[in-house]
Design a protein around this ligand. Sequence first.
Ligand code: GLC
Length: 665
Amino acid sequence: MVYRYRFSRPFRTDSVVCLPDDAKFFFDDVDVPFGKVSVDSGFEFKLELLDDDIVFGLGEAMGGINKRGRIYRSWCQDEPNQVEDKASLYGAHNFILVHSPSKNENFALYFDYPGLVTFDMGFTEHSLMSVRIERAALDLYVIKSESGALSDTVSIFRRMIGESYTPPFWAFGYMQSRWGYGSESDLTDVLENHRKHSIPLDAVFLDIDYMKDFRNFTVDGGKFSDFERTIRKLSEGDVHVVPIIDAGVKADVNEDSVCADGVKNGMFCRKKDGSLFSAGVWPGPCHFTDFLNPEARRWFGSFYRMFTDAGIDGFWNDMNEPALFYSEEGIKKLASNVKDAFSDEKNAGRNLWRVKDAVLAVQNSEDDYRSFYHSVDSETAGSLAESIASDGKALVRHDLVHNLYGFNMTRAASEFFSENVPDRKILLFSRASYIGAHRYGGIWTGDNCSWWSHLELCIRQLPSLNMCGFLYSGCDLGGFGSNVERDLMLRFLSLGVFTPLMRNHSALGTREQELYRFGGTEDFAAIVKFRYRMIPYIHSQFEKCVSESKMLFRPLSFDYQEDTAALEVEDQLMFGEDLMICPVYRPNATGRTVYVPEEMTLVRCGIGSGLDAGSPEKKTVGRGFHHIKCRTDQIVFFIKKGRKIPVCESAMNSAKIDTKKIELW
Ligand code: GLC
């Protein structure tokens, strides 16, 4: 059962693409099942929660698998400081699934609104959930499955939002990245070291350093004497090169041909007075393509051709919230605040803190997001249009549609690929996203840190992302910021064995974390080799989840809905149809406690016994809590009773996997 409640004339987000034949439609009707809606001042949805109610969802967010007890702001945010109480990350995924074990009932809600949505999940009042939006112009979907199974409720939603993106086969292999890689020798060094240490590898990434002065769609000739030759050389060794593309285009009409062309053809967002909006990102002041306009999408997408022609078949789209480091106006305001603060000598010490906050507020400032506009047709804009010109084009203020920006950058690239290189499957993933973007690419979870808590965070994010259609996803393995230690790197990698996107990525200035930098490299190599043994299973389960609108990662409660202990497990996941994974995410641990919801087979792999070759140790484990040994050089998982999984021999890259030599475990 799907009910759509339409309030006013919503902006057309293109998030939902297909509704069941028996869907019911309501217009400006506040009589919504389960909760109370008010449109008196903006939009508010309120729902009473019972003590044992669980609220799943919200895709990429902080907090637990159960989202209760916190406030979340759905707002694509450039957030490299992912501490515990952050309310927004890079994705905005307004899907929630409320499960009432005591009423034996569940239903899902999708708030399709492209601007800020605030979810108070029982923070202000423990037993009250409220969802607030400034403008009452949205589609609210209420979903309930006939079977009452949590997985079925999610599948109905997933069918509504369309089929998830599938990457090329090689993108299930291990990939190495680091901010700083930007030359031919960086790439060949990485490749040679992986070979030398017998670590399988499918791709190496290029970060902004390959560009000329960080300008999009340029290659620094000083770092690559012959870019195409380098790409060819790596591809002869079955290694793909994946360059980064940023959202901003350097604002320089004289020296930057992309900018000049964009200005000439009116492809960039403008301010109210018609002047071009600009804000600083890596290359300095940038203009921002109006990705909400199909013509501008086509225009931006066409620049990927220089790479696809050079043999590149993978991209990562970044800084597309969009991240705005500063604007001229923001800096002026800051300068005047600083002057004020220090003009009063008596209070200068106290005002120092005010200045610190004012400096931080320059970045990604609300004022900047409110200062530029998108030009779309008036039907798309609905009641978010601020003005409609004589040519029928409506102007919509950016902050009102902010969460669609990264989505449409991904779409720009994807539309270019499907129209221009239809015979090649291209890897594409993005940092910012909104539901709908999952049809065009995957996502990574942005700038995490080499922290144990971020390893745990990733475990919790994976099932929530899957609910929202983002199947091809993963976190920066090893952590992006901070310095990783050997133990943590191994545990990140062991989780990465199961994430479709398995990429080691780290920030400039942090400890180098290529796997061959650590002592006892054979432990790392063995874990990566194990990933390759699992690729037939991971890949076939992934494809099944795409075509059947299912989740690859599920909370235990989805498979054991009646089991009250399973309902509370947040650090183990069901994986594919047959497995349960239980990553170790604590330092100095030689194992962990695992809840086994029914009799299962424990599989323990180590070097020579499953990880890199051979067959693993197996034993039957009964229902209940168990302390399970799992050293850093081992991987433990569980197979459901009566199931078998296909495992192949390891290979040095995905092209060398022999799918005919399959063992059943
Ligand atoms: C952003 C990205 C990160 C990248 C860096 C430099 O912080 O999230 O992955 O390495 O920019 O391009």
